[in-house]
Design a protein around this ligand. Structure first.
Ligand code: SAM
Length: 213
């Protein structure tokens, strides 16, 4: 019988490593976090397919290879402190939490924030802190962060996020018109000097819109 563990190992090999993700810490974390526990029970059998899935409130858990690409682009070290905007199911936050020291994740929909926090508790994840709020303001109480990952799209990076990064810090975010049929450009911005950014385009993606200020 094929188990969730088998499906997850195959997902990492065929959808993630096969697409060029090489960072061993990302591959290990994707192998370890049980994605089927972060989707509605009725979707558990689809959890290791190459797809985003609905999680309620008209939101989705992102496609596994996109989660991996975003985390790899953020270049997280073991001592990193990370901000995620758009907790959704809590899955990406759990993956980040396996690699980094501390994660703060902000979700604007109260029910999703509560459910994600509960799920992370059940999974024994202790270094991920879920906050209910508008992530376009970041989470200044715990700033600065080594990396900020935004799991929703907008035409530009919210200003507040830029001021919550350490020098050399990275923002990984889908940039572009959220309604564009062509999707958005997954982009990494590295703060290389006061108000000076190095920009790298990672690929084309399609994300739900960032809603807020
Ligand atoms: N990272 C999530 C996961 O692993 O399940 C998937 C995130 S889903 C693609 C995008 C999430 O961003 C949604 O849950 C949505 O409610 C949230 N969102 C949109 N605008 C937001 C904002 N201003 N602040 C915080 N969360 C926001």
């Amino acid at each position: 019988m094929t188990t969730h563990d088998d499906r997850r190992a195959r997902m990492v090999e065929q959808q993630i490593a096969a697409r060029g993700i090489t960072d061993p810490s990302v591959l290990e974390a994707m192998r370890a976090v049980p994605r089927h526990r972060f989707v509605p029970e009725s979707r558990a059998q689809q959890a290791y397919e190459d797809a985003a899935l609905p999680i309620g409130e008209e939101q989705t858990i992102s496609q596994p290879c996109i989660v991996a690409a975003m985390i790899e682009a953020a270049e997280l070290r073991q001592d990193a402190r990370v901000l995620e905007i758009g907790t959704g199911s809590g899955y990406a936050a759990a993956v980040i939490g396996r690699i980094a020291m501390e994660v703060h994740s902000v979700e604007r929909i109260g029910r999703l924030a509560e459910e994600a926090a509960e799920r992370l508790r059940e999974e024994g994840v202790r270094n991920v802190h879920v906050h209910h709020g508008d992530g376009t303001r970041g989470w200044p109480m715990e700033a600065p962060y080594d990396a900020i990952l935004v799991a929703a799209s907008a035409p530009h990076v919210p200003k507040a996020l830029c001021s919550q990064l350490v020098p050399g810090g990275r923002i990984v975010m889908p940039l572009g018109d959220p309604d564009s049929p062509g999707g958005q450009a997954l982009t990494r911005l590295t703060l290389v000097g006061p108000s000076s950014w190095d920009e790298k385009r990672i690929g084309s993606v399609r994300f739900v819109p960032l809603i807020g200020e």
